[in-house]
Design a protein around this ligand. Structure first.
Ligand code: CP
Length: 313
């Protein structure tokens, strides 16, 4: 495990990660899965403090990063923006500098504004890890999704993956397209025209308009949450209409029992996915959550390793 490394002492965007970086993270995550026992801690983050600074709601990402840091013997600090001095007008940069002055080395940041992690990284000696910024990126979600596929299929290369639903508002889609392509997957999208950002086609990705055709084509359906909180009015006639045309249900699994389905969570049941589908053995939503802890452990450990070797603390 000593030979594993990643090329940057932070993670802002999925394209910070090379093919070798991703494989190092996956190899270390395998090691943690194989060697973790309740009550046993690894010492990769001993002496380091990781701040969880979530300016937007989260269950999975926040708790799994917190658990990951603790399992590596790191100290953790939970910054609550709603009860912080931001409410008295303190700036984001002053907030970061204040936390840094307390001896924090790593910051896990979620914010509703795209680009905040990049902005903060330019103003700290510590490591920023993007835990989701606006509609922009969610690179650790993409890591855990690909890791789940790698453990399920043995390899991501050559898999046919269709990302289905609300691409327009999805940082998960953006990061996944980058990571999946880096690993050699064949990626297509299935989405209504109003939920597809035109400029995204610099990736030159095919769109399959009909959900049944998409399911027939793919090995894996990566179903996205319809992000009603980020949606302007007028993008969809009705939610029911979206669900009729783009919601995955048991009929899709009856036609294709070998279909594997991922969803980053939280799920809007009855909108992008029927509740009965979530109980199907090929739906890996809970496995994704479990793998989220181990991939985040591996990422934190390798960023700390990079920082140490570059004398950044
Ligand atoms: N998938 C995801 O980011 O979930 P949370 O918003 O619960 O962290």
């Amino acid at each position: 495990m000593e030979n594993l490394s990643i090329s940057k002492p932070y993670l802002l965007n999925a394209d910070d990660l090379t093919f070798n970086d991703i494989n190092s993270i996956f190899a270390l995550a395998d090691y943690y899965i194989e060697n973790y026992k309740p009550g046993v801690k690894f010492d990769d983050l001993k002496g380091l403090t990781v701040a969880m600074a979530f300016f937007e709601n989260s269950t999975r990402t926040k708790l799994s990063f917190d658990l990951a840091a603790k399992r590596l013997s790191g100290d953790t600090l939970s910054f609550q923006s709603a009860s912080s001095s931001l409410k008295k007008g303190e700036s984001l940069i002053d907030t970061l500098r204040t936390i840094e002055a307390m001896g924090v080395q790593m910051y896990v940041i979620r914010h509703n504004c795209s680009g905040v992690p990049d902005f903060l990284q330019a103003n700290t000696h510590g490591a920023i890890i993007n835990a989701g910024d606006g509609k922009h990126e969610h690179p650790t979600q993409a890591l855990l999704d690909s890791y789940t596929l790698r453990r399920h299929f043995g390899d991501v290369k050559g898999l046919k993956i269709c990302i289905i639903g609300d691409i327009l508002h999805s940082r998960v889609a953006r990061s996944n397209i980058t990571v999946l392509k880096t690993l050699g997957a064949d990626v297509k999208l299935c989405t209504p025209g109003t939920l597809f950002p035109r400029r995204m086609n610099y990736w030159n990705i095919d769109i399959i308009e009909d959900l049944n055709d998409a399911i027939e084509w793919c090995d894996v359906a990566l179903v996205l949450r319809l992000q009603r909180e980020r949606m302007e009015s007028g993008l969809l006639p009705t939610i029911r209409e979206f669900s009729n045309y783009y919601g995955v249900n048991l009929e899709h699994f009856n036609k294709k029992p070998e279909l594997v389905l991922l969803h980053p969570g939280p799920v809007n049941y009855g909108v992008e996915l029927d509740y009965n589908v979530s109980l199907h053995p090929n739906v890996l939503i809970q496995t994704q959550v479990t793998h989220g802890v181990f991939t985040r452990m591996a990422l934190l450990a390798l960023i700390a390793r990079n920082m140490r070797s570059n004398n950044l603390f």
